[in-house]
Design a protein around this ligand. Sequence first.
Ligand code: HEC
Length: 131
Amino acid sequence: MRLSSILKTTVLLTVCVLVGVAIAQRDLVTAAFQTNPFHGSAESVARGEQLWGQYCLSCHGPEAVGDGPASALLPKRPKDLTMIAPSPIFPDGIVAFRIAHGKNTMPAWQDTLSGDQMWDLVSFIRSKSRR
Ligand code: HEC
């Protein structure tokens, strides 16, 4: 094979892989562009704090650093959510997506919580940010 055709094949394969990943992860890609309709308002943070105590504190802890009473029982402790990068590096939409869909031992909340409630939780998590 000539060098130019190897190059063309490589470029074509790379494009196919990138398109494939974008299609497979299209919900995630779409989520990345979603913005918090409450813009982290004080009211939204207060509602989020209520929900946090009810649904999330047991694993994530009161300050979201990952030290909830149940966290020691988990195979992997939750990350310190006060250290996640702000939008747009780690977009609000991805945080909301993770809450909705879960990940490993992190439960999915989309059947329990409304969309608005999940945004209130994003507001609460962002209010705890130390970055
Ligand atoms: C049963 C314990 C448990 C409960 C309850 C729980 N989480 Fe989690 N959560 C985890 C674990 C464990 C992880 C880390 C998952 C991983 O990366 O493997 C996590 C990760 C996360 C992440 C980060 C995901 C990422 O991409 O890094 C967010 C945001 C989050 N949880 C929010 C919440 C919210 C909001 C609630 C309440 C509605 C909640 N969690 C309830 C255990 C829990």
